[in-house]
Ligand binder design. Structure first.
Ligand code: SF4
Length: 338
């Protein structure tokens, strides 16, 4: 029998670290009950494990630990210049998980965090408290900005909590970005027209080469098809585009593949964007020496590394021409350095 995603998750985390102060939190009890085979270690603060010096991101990626903690301070951050706020009056991203179940070579988290382990902040109710004062205005919150919350939904139920919260506030819009195929987590939830599920899609060759442990393109596309059938609003994101020697074949073929299966009218937007990263994160990525993505001769300006302008323009023009075959201009969004 095929193991369920819940069992895969509990097998993935061999060790569970728990902050002493949240041992009695109801969510801690629920999560702990799923880890009967994992070693449980009580700690005073997540930084004892997560911020330890001389950790190996590469080694930890193959044997991740889960750390349950209470977030002190801000859950919400202003949306960054690297992402699209879709013209909402206010744009935040929420940081309720540190680290990601997946392991993409181009991910800036490798440069941001000292560890590949996952910290799950269980006091999501405090994020909602922090957000409430802003909800008199049109507001977008990206709930899965620097992790993939849907990938660990069976453990955390954070997506469900966000959706329940969003149902109460008419000015609140959510974007849930994912590479996950975990559509089952959404089947018992009524779709909300202010919530967009945004799937990142890449050619299978790029997934094999750079997006380790993520679901295949076919699984993601099947999840998209199911989400649309369930009534969810869906955005497709070919972002970040990785410029490889086969770019001219891989990415246009991806767009054809997508729209051979999915009715273009059924999606809200197609987002196109090429690889970009802050220079500091890129430096950290180079030190890890894990992938050729880090060593491309990027153009750096104002602390942002991107492909040289001529290549970035070429990528977006080529993909724009292909996307035009299926979608009107107003539903194609592109990210390009200003
Ligand atoms: S899925 Fe996103 S957050 Fe997770 S490792 Fe990949 S790029 Fe990073």
């Amino acid at each position: 029998m095929k193991p369920s995603s819940k069992h895969l998750l509990t097998r993935l985390f061999s060790h569970l670290y728990i902050e002493r102060s949240i041992l009695d939190h109801p969510k801690t009890h629920k999560i702990r009950a799923k880890f009967s085979e994992s070693q449980v270690i009580v700690i005073d603060h997540y930084k004892e494990v997560f911020n330890r010096s001389s950790q190996s991101f590469a080694a930890q990626s193959n044997s991740k630990k889960l750390i349950l903690a209470r977030k002190e301070g801000k859950f919400l951050h202003e949306g960054s210049q690297y992402s699209d706020g879709f013209e909402h009056e206010q744009f935040f991203y929420a940081s309720s998980v540190m680290g990601c179940l997946y392991d993409c070579d181009y991910c800036y988290l490798q440069g941001l965090y000292p560890s590949a382990n996952t910290v799950l902040f269980i006091n999501l109710e405090d994020a909602f408290e922090q957000l409430r004062p802003y909800l008199g205005k049109d507001t977008l919150v990206a709930t899965s900005y620097d992790t993939d919350t849907l990938a660990i939904e069976s453990l955390t139920h954070q997506t469900r909590e966000w959706l329940e919260f969003a149902a109460e506030y008419e000015q609140l819009h959510l974007e849930i970005r994912t590479k996950s195929a975990n559509i089952n987590a959404l089947k018992s939830i009524t779709p909300n027209s202010r919530v967009t599920l945004a799937w990142t899609l890449s050619p299978q060759e790029i997934i094999d080469r750079y997006e380790h442990t993520t679901p295949s393109l076919e699984k993601r596309l099947n999840a998209v098809i199911e989400a649309i059938a369930l009534g969810w609003k869906v955005r497709l994101c070919i972002d970040p585009v990785i410029y490889t020697e086969n770019f001219d074949i891989l990415y246009p073929t991806l767009i054809d593949r997508i729209f051979s299966l999915i009715d273009p009218k059924a999606i809200e937007h197609l987002t196109l964007g090429s690889f970009r990263m802050s220079q500091n994160h890129l430096r950290a990525l180079k030190k890890l020496r894990r992938s050729d993505v880090a060593f491309y001769p990027y153009a750096v300006s104002h602390d942002m590394a991107t492909y040289p302008e001529s290549i970035e323009t070429y990528i977006l023009e080529q993909l724009g021409i292909k996307a035009d075959e299926y979608l009107p201009q107003e539903r194609i969004r592109t990210w390009q350095r200003q």
